[in-house]
Ligand binder design. Sequence first.
Ligand SMILES: [Zn+2]
Length: 345
Amino acid sequence: MKDAFPSVCGSARLRRAIADDIESGTFAHAYLFEGPKGSGKAAFALAVAAALACEKKTDPLLPLPCGQCGPCKRILASLCPDVQTIGPDEGKATIGVDRIRRLKESLVLTPGELDFKCYIIRDADRMTPQAQNSLLKMLEEPPGSRTVYLLLAKNAQKLLPTVRSRAPVLRLSPPTRRELAAYLKDTLPFSGVEADFAAAASGGNLALAEAIYLKKAEAQAPLADRALVTETAELFGRDCSKGEFLLFFNRFPQKKEELLALLMLIYRAMRDIIAAKRTERFEPDFFLTSGEASACASRISVKGAAALSVLLTDTAAELEKNAPPKTLLPAFALRAYHARGGIRP
Ligand SMILES: [Zn+2]
């Protein structure tokens, strides 16, 4: 059996299913790839376009896509004019109907290099309802049309049911740590960072794992956040004055999205701590090793970690409802401080 999408990390079953559809000629003309940020949707979509165009598609000895023929190379390097990626315009939160209309206008042009055209729509769940309705008309084209649409979305439920019914939803599963580490080792040059560390520290986010592994600047802030989470977990179990405790939270970000991401990281650390309390053998989610989680867990009681978990999800929910971080954060710190009686073992 041909190797299916070796350049894509994780989602093995999905990769196989799509390769089967392409090989048997049953590939539909529209799909919706759903997956969290960093799950590799964009890279997967390009690889699918390459597989459709690959000149060595039927060679049983080569993977699909082969990655070596002309169309594969041009598409994977985003150089093929017949494969276009669109998303929200610079500085805009949504994809408006104008953007989809522009796409529609380009439909009349025949493909230049390939025998089909492929449109990849990033953040498709950020299309306005009007934009979706405009796209719908394009998706309803008669079968046999030489245009393929690949919609990428974090949450398919945000799209109109009519759009979802035209484009089967395919869910990308986040890669496991092991898959991520193997992928980093196989596809990237060694940069001095251990692949296992980058995979674990990324929390399953492919783009972040690559950034950490390649020591890119964008990895610095997430790594600093991880360090802050570990310090927070230590603070919860440490004997300190109320002033010192409350002051610590001045280091937390004041922007909603950043604070939300940090609280969720602490929540994942708390879940590891609870798991470490219950069993020695578990797969940590936040901590790099179960030993690291156990060390932290020795200073916090199960009851305390559970109370903090509730506090974290409550605070995150308030943030989602647009409560200002400026007032929410001190309240969180105070409640966490008062829960300390139950926190220590
Ligand atoms: Zn090829």
